[in-house]
Design a protein around this ligand. Structure first.
Ligand code: SF4
Length: 451
């Protein structure tokens, strides 16, 4: 990796900024600002810094509508908002998808709009930690804040997760390296364990690597549970791991003071899906008879957890919430975005701060290409190529303030550092405007119908 000299040419430092990349929501960043632009970031990892530093070449700068020749044409805000509102008001089965890279304040207006038109509100959990949320509903949730982990944990386990690549400051800031109140020697006071079929970068720096077989998670956790309960394991190997190693690890897990298990998509997306997480939670229930153990999903987008918390708080369900009957329903496999798209039920799709064009299955993207798509985002991406209306938002935590929820459920206020481009609008303003314009259309329709 080429050496990049530190930025020295800046006008001011905005302290205590929050990173809007991963679920660590690091809130100790210094933004170096020159001429109203962020030209450098201190304390962030490379992932976070590269996102916070403005990439104006990909920035959506003006509202656009696709013309009859299939080309996106610049329009004024009123025209773009009216067109989007008209599409939403006329939809029979609209979906509002994304939300994980915008603020809770924006989501608040999203729910109002969704209720008004009977939309489905869904976020990226539908393709990532959805199984974790289902398991939490099944089996409960022994959680702790990252601050508690930093101050207390003497054993850290990463299962199906490689934070050295996906959440680069997680080990340094919260789990493994920092000195805590009861862990004065930092790394030397903790045992780091990685459970993963891959010998990942995190596994390389761990004290113990458990490389069980692909899809072996469920069997392995079952074996740990048996060992913790003092039962005999009647096979020499479970999921490719020798019985003696399982007994030894179970004994070590029983004898810690405070253990923290962090799990990622490697656990949620193998064969047993949410049953893996059920089993991990049950394993912690067993371990909690001997020591204190907690568990936290490694959430990806900086506010993916926020949408699930906010929706569960507001309407009782975390994602895939369907308002088509005038009240909220939630049924996995029925009311999730990909199911609705592959069944070709959706007739208008609004994507807010997400890019389904980049990561949805082909059948779902094919249907998206056939229906009107409204995009609210700050960057040009594959979804822009299929969007009929483009509404350029602003960057939460850099160009406007907003609230997000960290992976452990702690709310973080993300403050503004610089002004947004004059031609862009805040996400919150855009969704509120859409709500007001759709409300007006509905009122006019009702008045016309009553004559
Ligand atoms: S670890 Fe995550 S939140 Fe922290 S600076 Fe890196 S990308 Fe940003």
């Amino acid at each position: 990796m080429a050496y990049e000299p530190p930025v020295t040419d800046y006008d001011e430092i905005v302290e205590n900024g929050t990173c809007a990349f991963c679920g660590c929501n690091c809130d100790d960043l210094d933004f170096l600002v020159k001429d109203g632009h962020v030209v450098g970031v201190r304390h962030a990892c490379r992932l976070g810094a590269s996102k916070v530093m403005e990439d104006m070449d990909q920035r959506l700068m003006v509202p656009m509508i696709r013309d009859e020749n299939g080309e996106l044409q610049e329009v004024d805000w009123d025209t773009a908002l009216d067109k989007a509102a008209e599409l939403i008001a006329g939809a029979v089965r609209p979906i509002f998808y994304g939300w994980s890279e915008t603020s809770i304040e924006t989501m608040k207006h999203g729910i109002r709009l969704g209720e008004l038109v009977g939309a489905v509100l869904d976020n990226q959990a539908t393709i990532c930690h959805g199984p974790s949320l289902q398991a939490v509903q099944n089996a409960g949730y022994p959680i702790a804040t990252l601050g508690e982990v930093k101050n207390r944990a003497d054993m850290i386990i990463y299962s199906g997760s490689n934070p050295m690549n996906s959440h680069p400051r997680h080990l340094a800031r919260y789990s493994t390296f920092p000195r805590g109140w009861f862990r004065k020697r930092g790394r030397f006071d903790r045992t780091l364990v990685t459970m993963d079929p891959k010998y990942s970068d995190t596994a390389k720096m761990s004290d113990i690597w458990v490389g069980f077989e692909q899809n072996g998670d469920y069997g392995f956790y079952n074996a740990i549970r048996a060992a913790v309960k003092g039962k005999e394991i009647d096979q020499d190997y479970v999921s490719g791991i020798p019985k003696e190693d399982i007994m030894e690890l179970a004994e070590a897990m029983k004898n810690v003071q405070f253990g923290a298990l962090f799990f990622g998509l490697g656990l949620t997306h193998t064969l047993s899906k949410q049953r893996n997480i059920d089993m991990a939670i049950e394993m912690l229930v067993d371990l909690n008879e001997h020591a204190k153990w907690v568990l936290t999903p490694m959430r990806g987008h900086f506010n993916v957890n926020g949408f699930n918390i906010f929706m569960a708080y507001e309407c009782g369900f975390p994602y895939g919430v369907d308002y088509c009957r005038g009240y909220q329903r939630y049924m996995n496999g029925e009311t999730n975005t990909i199911d609705l798209l592959t069944r070709k039920e959706c007739d208008v799709f609004m994507v807010i701060a997400a890019d389904p064009g980049a990561h949805y299955p082909g059948g779902a993207v094919k249907h998206l290409a056939e229906i009107p798509v409204i995009q609210v985002d700050i960057h040009w991406g594959p979804s822009t190529e299929i969007a009929d209306v483009v509404l350029p938002g602003s960057f939460i935590g850099v160009e406007c303030a907003g609230t997000s929820y960290r992976m452990d459920g702690v709310p973080i206020y993300m403050k503004k550092a610089v002004d947004k481009p004059e031609t862009c609008r805040d996400d919150e303003w855009i969704i509120r405007e859409l709500h007001e314009r759709v409300q007006k259309i509905k009122a006019e329709e009702a008045a016309a119908a009553s004559k």
